[in-house]
Design a protein around this ligand. Structure first.
Ligand code: SF4
Length: 297
């Protein structure tokens, strides 16, 4: 069976696992190409202009698979441990995918509510009915899941910025590359949320326990962890994203209180690279001036 995987949204967290799992099951896996303008334009034809950029991009990748595959693999994460929910748009895009693909393309969409082992095994059985290869494929593919337990080490004296954004924004070069490269070309080490272990990202300590969206809690915890290890914080959010805008506001307030340089970049399909670069360079200059002049406490 030829199975397509859209290279967007949750792909940037679980994609390697999905690819390995499906390949081990004997499927011919087709992963869409990296995001480009054409894919984004395709996505805009299928979803409302009100939705966030990563969902528009995902719609483009799904559209690109039509006519090329027999099935599309698109898990629906509803909630993970501790009843931490994915956002409604992330949950709902699977229904849009079903409409987009029509009757001729099968949608394999394991529904994750808490544990993911059983839903993935059931999805595997829809590809091959024999449970033994399914269990073996799952066990082999699980090695591709991130099991990071150690925190990164930071060199004394280096300039560092915390780049706080969703893995599907910063992992997608079309969205994130100009942001990361502008910081690195200005001599900054970019500290990313996804370099931190899950124990840090999912922590329930302090204010984080009030955040019930799983990936937003990760953003906030990464901010808390990195804030006193960096020269500034840059938060990347998507236009039209309610959870992002709320959590970013908490981060902004806290950064302001602790006198940490803070930049918020809001992205949509109209965001130009030149504008992003200008804003980041202005922020870098400000952060360096602040560092040169010790602030009164
Ligand atoms: S959390 Fe925000 S950016 Fe992510 S899918 Fe939901 S609305 Fe979009």
């Amino acid at each position: 069976m030829r199975v397509g995987i859209p290279r967007a949204l949750l792909y940037y967290r679980y994609g390697k696992f999905w690819e390995r799992y499906l390949t081990e099951l004997g499927a011919e896996v087709v992963v869409t190409r990296k995001t480009d303008k054409v894919l984004l334009q395709k996505g805009l034809e299928y979803v409302s202009s009100e939705v966030c950029l990563p969902v528009k991009i995902l719609a483009g990748h799904i559209a690109d698979l039509k006519g090329r595959v027999e099935a599309v693999f698109l898990p629906r994460v509803v909630w993970l441990e501790d009843h931490l929910y994915a956002c409604p748009k992330m949950i709902g895009i699977v229904d849009i995918a079903r409409m987009m693909l029509g009757k001729d393309v099968k949608l394999i969409a394991p529904v994750i509510k808490g544990g993911f082992v059983l839903p993935y095994l059931a999805a595997g059985l829809s590809i091959t009915p024999n449970p033994f290869p399914v269990v073996r494929a799952f066990s082999r593919a699980s090695r591709e899941l991130n099991t990071r337990t150690a925190v990164p080490e930071y060199e004394p004296g280096e300039k560092r910025v915390a780049l706080i954004g969703h893995f599907y924004n910063l992992g997608d070069d079309y969205i994130g590359r100009s942001i990361t490269s502008t910081f690195t070309s200005n001599g900054y080490r970019v500290c990313l949320k996804d370099e931190l272990p899950e124990a840090v990202l999912r922590s329930r300590k302090g204010f984080a326990r009030n955040i019930r969206w799983v990936y937003e809690r990760e953003l906030y915890n990464a901010f808390r962890y990195l804030a006193d290890k960096v020269d500034g914080v840059c938060v990347v959010v998507s236009m039209g994203c309610g959870p992002d805008s709320l959590v970013a506001e908490f981060m902004r307030e806290e950064a302001c209180r602790r006198n940490i340089p803070f930049l918020q970049l809001v992205l949509d399909e109209h965001t130009g690279v030149a504008g992003l670069v200008t804003r980041i360079e202005a922020f870098v200059e400000l952060a360096e001036r602040r560092k040169a002049v010790p602030q009164a406490s």
